[in-house]
Design a protein around this ligand. Structure first.
Ligand SMILES: [Zn+2]
Length: 120
């Protein structure tokens, strides 16, 4: 069991969609930002949400869906993964600390323009 499967088809698919502008794109703002180092420099926030849900009725004891949510510390991510770590890989590396599932959805939140931005 290898938790770090960098060559998984899902990771490759994510990367390819990042590199090539899709036709129906633009609901995600990832086009200009590809690494967590860039996102950190721009003050982005990262939220993760567990999307684990029962796939079948096999595990009836844990039938409740996991609703784990957490804001990740972008600075810690950069420290542990490195500035050049691609945003597209982050999702596949994460696991839910509550249910152990790997169905975490990563939500990137660019800083809003309306909030008080201090210009030097
Ligand atoms: Zn979970």
């Amino acid at each position: 069991m290898h938790p770090c499967s960098a060559n998984s088809p899902a990771a490759r698919l994510l990367e390819s969609t990042l590199l090539t502008p899709a036709d129906d794109c633009s609901h995600f703002v990832l086009m200009a930002i590809e690494t967590i180092g860039e996102a950190f420099a721009l003050g982005w926030r990262v939220m993760v949400r567990c999307s684990h849900s029962r796939e079948d009725g096999a595990h009836s004891k844990s039938s409740r869906e996991c609703t784990y949510r957490k804001e990740l510390d972008m600075e810690t991510l950069v420290c542990t993964r490195g500035r050049a770590f691609p945003l597209s890989r982050l999702e596949s590396r994460l696991r839910c600390p509550r249910c152990g599932g790997r169905n975490l959805v990563v939500l990137y939140q660019p800083p809003a323009n309306t909030t008080a931005v201090r210009h030097p």
